[in-house]
Design a protein around this ligand. Structure first.
Ligand SMILES: C[S@@+](CC[C@H](N)C(=O)[O-])C[C@H]1O[C@@H](n2cnc3c(N)ncnc32)[C@H](O)[C@@H]1O
Length: 265
């Protein structure tokens, strides 16, 4: 008898963001194929008897092709195993879960989807930005920045309505291109935005700015995402204090005769 494949969302990193269902499925797995972004704390729930295989894209390193992942999932299931395909966030949000589901369906393998908390929701909670808010934000758009710089950028909407919160996954380092695309879609230059980096990890950070200033801020460590919209004004996080101190320090440095020691805040 064939086994079954579970496409499981692991959430943004913090093991407490895993659903009870994901935990139950993980604990019964024979094989786990996971993405690079899945934390070691979450992998610790996998039974010691199970095979764990990293099929994620490592920074600058070798990654497993999607076709190979699809065929591994099918092969393991044909051996009658309970297979977990564990992905960061949610499997159906920029996670290629749809492609894997199709490949499994074509091979006649049973597949079940276990949703996870997508990075946008994890970020919103971590930095206290309500993605919708009555009277301020009544629609929400998830985009991938992957295409912002490429000629093939039709993936971005031509127009973004006012009162919309936009979350850009994989915003990359070319903030200028992203800001231009957003402005081209009608987002006003004074619209607040924030890069939120490494949600759920001890070095989680946020950097708050506006679309007009976005190109001048340094990229934060990956993974990160960009949140755009009036609701960003609600953001609260310990790292915003650091950003303010750096801002003040930068201004003081620009003053003639200000010595480094005098800048200690
Ligand atoms: C290939 S997409 C996968 C998204 C995932 N399926 C989800 O639902 O969150 C990877 C992108 O998700 C975002 N991301 C994932 N985990 C994150 C985290 N812990 N902190 C910030 N952004 C994260 C980043 O934009 C990253 O480049």
């Amino acid at each position: 008898m064939n086994g079954k494949v579970y496409l499981v969302g692991a959430g943004p990193g913090d093991p407490e963001m895993l659903t009870l269902k994901a935990l139950r499925v993980l604990k019964r797995a024979d094989v786990v194929l996971h993405d690079e972004l899945v934390s070691t704390e979450i992998l610790a729930f996998v039974p010691s008897t199970a095979r764990i295989q990293n099929v994620g894209k490592r920074c600058g390193g070798k990654s497993t092709r999607q076709s190979e992942i699809n065929s591994l999932l099918v092969q393991y299931a044909l051996l009658g195993l309970q297979v977990v395909r564990l992905k960061g966030g949610d499997p159906f949000i920029f996670g290629r879960g749809g492609e894997e589901m199709q490949a499994l369906r074509e091979a006649g393998i049973e597949v079940e989807i276990v949703p996870g908390i997508t990075a946008a929701l994890g970020a919103a909670a971590a930095v206290q930005i309500p993605l919708t808010h009555r009277g301020i934000a009544s629609s929400l758009v998830f985009l991938t920045g992957h295409y912002a710089e490429s000629a093939n950028s039709d993936h971005w909407p031509d127009a973004i309505a006012p009162n919309t919160t936009v979350v850009v996954y994989m915003p990359g380092h070319n903030h200028d291109a992203t800001a231009q695309k957003l402005r081209g879609a009608g987002v006003a230059p004074e619209t607040p935005c924030a890069i939120v980096s490494r949600i759920g990890s001890p070095d989680e950070r946020i950097c708050q700015t506006t679309i007009a200033e976005l190109s001048s801020i340094a990229a934060l460590p990956a993974p990160s995402l960009l949140v755009v919209g009036e609701v960003v004004r609600f953001a609260q996080h310990r790292s915003l204090g650091e950003q303010f101190s750096q801002f003040v320090a930068g201004r003081l440095e620009a003053l003639p005769g200000t010595r480094t020691q005098e800048r200690a805040l």
